[in-house]
Design a protein around this ligand. Sequence first.
Ligand code: GCU
Length: 599
Amino acid sequence: MKKSALLLALLICVLTGRSQETKGLAPLIQNVYGRDHQVLNGYWHYLIDPLETGYWDYRHKPMADGFFKDKKVDNVKEFKEYDFDSAPVMPIPGDWNTQNSELFNYEGTLWFKHTFNFEPSDKRVFLYFGAANYDAKVFVNGKMAGEHEGGYTPFNFDVTKLLQKGENFVIVKVDDKRRADGVPTNNFDWFNYGGITRDVMLVELPALYIQDYTIQLKKGSGSLITCSIKLNETQAQQKVTLEIPELKIKREVVTNDKGEAQFEFKSNLVLWSPENPKLYAVTLSTLTDKVVDQIGFRTIETRGNEILLNGKPIFLKGISVHEEAAFRNGRIFSAEEDRTLLTWAKELGCNFVRLAHYPHNEQMVREAEKMGIMVWSEIPVYWTIHWEDPNVYANALNQLSEMITRDKNRANLIVWSIANETPQGDSRDAFLSKLATYARSKDSTRLISMAMERSDKSATTLSVRDNMSKYVDIISFNEYVGWYDGANEKIDRVKWEIDYNKPIIISEFGGEGVFGNHGDVTTRWTENYQADLYTKMLKMIDERMPKVSGITPWVLKDFRSSRRLLPNVQDGFNRKGVVSDKGQKKMAFYVLQKWYLQK
Ligand code: GCU
């Protein structure tokens, strides 16, 4: 298909793809943790429904009185063949796979039910989910609130009119079946943890509230703070006050006829940096609403092959991270478990983490911000996406929008990544170039990248040549010389020709080593082989890749993947971690740590 036809197809898709409004989604509320909220986490009843009996009738038509009604009947007189209140419970948030052994490899639908008390007021009430993997249909008191596709970004519904005084119930249908036309597709190298995997809360806001805001340094300035604020209604002349007490700043503006306000002002502030992750308490208020946040200020730019943080060249000493808890190896949902992984990264000597391959929980970014760790955040446009399907594009676009909206006020977040290891081609380029353009339109200050693949000039003259290079700020690529491409000795024989006047990040390299398995450096699956691969790779970078501005080796911790089957070696884990799934640091950890400490 010609490029112009492709672009037209994509344009049609954006217009015809299932809009978020048709899914009942309300615009994402900025910084829900800084609002009045009632946490609904706890023990929720659940029903395992592999045939989705609770949603489709026997002719596979959606039922009007499915499980989501939770009908109360006299069982002996009336027909009903499900019941939540006598069903088992599991703690929410949390993936179902690691909380119930019979569900470990289950992929399909679970229904969840939670009952809660509510006292109505004049406030608007939103039901917020940090994430649910993969497809969530949400019902309140038997009526549909809305639905969301995508397993790693937040979503919220306006449930004001669905709630009642006293007891209420929410029922959620979560289906984590992998889909060829999903984002990601049905083929990916991480474990498909299903369920309500992050916080659930009721967020109460006044009728007129601050829906969204962006507070950051103006691009290229180290002292000009720019703010944009958006109310939920297009109400003009609403006074908005911004206060940063520590800087003795108080600014009052009024909204325009779109209910928005943009303003900027100079300030003599301490910039956020890994060495000094300075955050300021910021309060935004209107006559009826108030939201508090912790905001850092910094600049991030590129200059030729250099990445500049606050105007100074910086080498990104990174590591790639999956959102999988240390030790218990389930999906992470708590700041405490985030901090365990981030502490290992700090011990490595990292100032940067690549949160692969999907947006991690909000606290992971916020904890990293407090710890002085910069972040690369990525949407799961991974491998063989259906590039020409309008709904797939709408889904990817929505996940990108939700990722940026949620984290755009985090100073440590410096890279938005739109893809990982996608096969080059016209339809992929059309799809991704639109995503890159959209990301830049949402946030002109951060750097756009994606993990590309090599396009070598010969078996030992390696290169990266990708049409997407003109759409990204940083050329990032994954390479596995010494693991998938030859053995370690090959690393010493290759040379690189990468001809871009942009910063270059090696977004993945590595090899598998089983903790405690020792042998000589030519024996695969040993710690020695993995450590030797790192030694050779880092030497190659030092001696033959002067333009590299950062690396995020693959990967911090061994992680579960259903692709990794080698008995007594992988046993369902990808063993490229520099730390084992039991938290044991391997020899490669210390090779990388030593290199970072001298960097
Ligand atoms: C790929 C991919 C990762 C995967 C890794 C591996 O580069 O990006 O998601 O886990 O290689 O094969 O270990």
